[in-house]
Design a protein around this ligand. Structure first.
Ligand SMILES: [Zn+2]
Length: 178
């Protein structure tokens, strides 16, 4: 089985883009992050059967961390293999988050934080008229399960333009009663 990728499967396997994909890269229809993610998925699909059946729509990169966007219908299969995410992280040499394409912001954030639960998503308006999106997650070992919050914030901004604030339940409660 071959995954569907932002560039030709063959290009992703060889690491050399065909003239058509090269032109699409130049025009910005695909990005360097798309190409790197396509290579990682194509190579790992030999060993990880779940990756042979997915459609990678696009990828976003921020300081070496990646958000990979797959078809929404692929998400269950992607999560069924607990090694898949860490294998992708090894191949891309950075932190990787997997999200389904096309959802609203809340759905996107739930994918990013999985397997941690998203308890609340709030919009926080800043004095300068800007806004941030505050996500409250359960207190227990959240950072270890979700990954480095700083890297996460950059990746989420790159992928979705969301300025993210993350608080654990305990931090949110402490503010409420202080
Ligand atoms: Zn190509």
């Amino acid at each position: 089985m071959q995954p569907k990728l932002p560039v030709c499967y063959f290009d992703a396997r060889t690491g050399i883009l065909c003239a058509n994909c090269e032109a699409r890269l130049r025009k910005g229809e695909v990005t360097g992050a798309d190409v790197e993610a396509a290579k990682a998925v194509a190579q790992l699909s030999d060993r990880i059967p779940e990756l042979g059946r997915v459609t990678l729509r696009r990828a976003f990169e921020a300081n070496g961390s990646y958000v990979l966007e797959f078809e929404q219908s692929d998400m269950q299969a992607l999560r069924s293999n607990p090694l898949l995410q860490s294998e992708l992280e090894g191949a891309l040499k950075g932190k990787v988050w997997l999200v389904g394409a096309g959802g609203n912001d809340r759905r996107f954030l739930e994918d990013v934080f999985f397997p941690a639960k998203v308890l609340t998503v709030n919009t926080v308006w800043l004095p300068d008229g800007g806004k941030k999106t505050k996500v409250i997650v359960p207190a227990r070992r959240s950072e270890r399960r979700i990954g480095d919050f700083d890297k996460l914030r950059e990746a989420v901004k790159q992928a979705r333009g969301i300025e993210l604030l993350v608080e654990t339940e305990r931090e949110a409660a402490a503010k409420l009663y202080s």
